[in-house]
Write a protein that binds this ligand. Sequence first.
Ligand code: ADP
Ligand code: MG
Length: 235
Amino acid sequence: MTAALLEADSVGVHFGGVVAVADVSLTIAGNGITCIIGPNGAGKSTFFNMLTGTVRPSTGRVLVGGHDITGSRIETFAHRGIARKFQTPSVFERLTVRENLDIARHPAAATAAKTIDLILSLLGLDAVAGTPAGALAHGQKQWLEIGMALATEPKLMLLDEPTAGMGPEETEKTARLVTDLAGRMAIVVIEHDMAFIRALAARTLVMHHGKVVADGSFAEIEGDALVRDIYLGRR
Ligand code: ADP
Ligand code: MG
């Protein structure tokens, strides 16, 4: 039996007296999409932080490919094939799109130029490869940052609110992009946009006050009374 790509086993963390994440478990066995939704402050980004070496869990374990690397440094997670796109795009504005992808390459894997070309074409950014990233439209910046995660040739990519600030057309394009990429790797997506989550039609976890309160297909989650209460109560 091969080890799961990712196994988060009852992870939790508190900041002072605030419990940000409590007892969250998630196993990602192989390629495909998993979604995480939940109100602001639910602990979604903090959960990602513990899966990428940004925050050390107070409790629980994180195994990547069967190796317990709980609390290891960011580099250790990256070397084991985990890449992450942050909530706010942080591209190098003065460098071109291609230069941004070059910088993001895995230092050990020496991603070939043709891999960068493939990423540019997957993202639909071929035509702006030579354009400074600062001149891109907001949606293109988000895609470039997904590309920077792809340039590390990850086995698992974590996307934190990839459609933030996008209009409906860009959101649809992002859903198609994420669906395409999920044939090549595992992807976990944090998102608020229900149209986007519906388009992904994947397993969906609902977080609330640091805990997973529902876990099922998008259709199951959408029909769940508790989930409706959480959203209606907050919005
Ligand atoms: P989400 O991404 O679901 O909106 P977060 O994971 O960003 O939620 O935050 C969860 C909770 O943890 C919030 O109450 C937030 O204020 C708190 N939190 C997150 N990071 C820190 C930190 N570094 N220090 C203190 N509190 C934090
Ligand atoms: Mg967040």
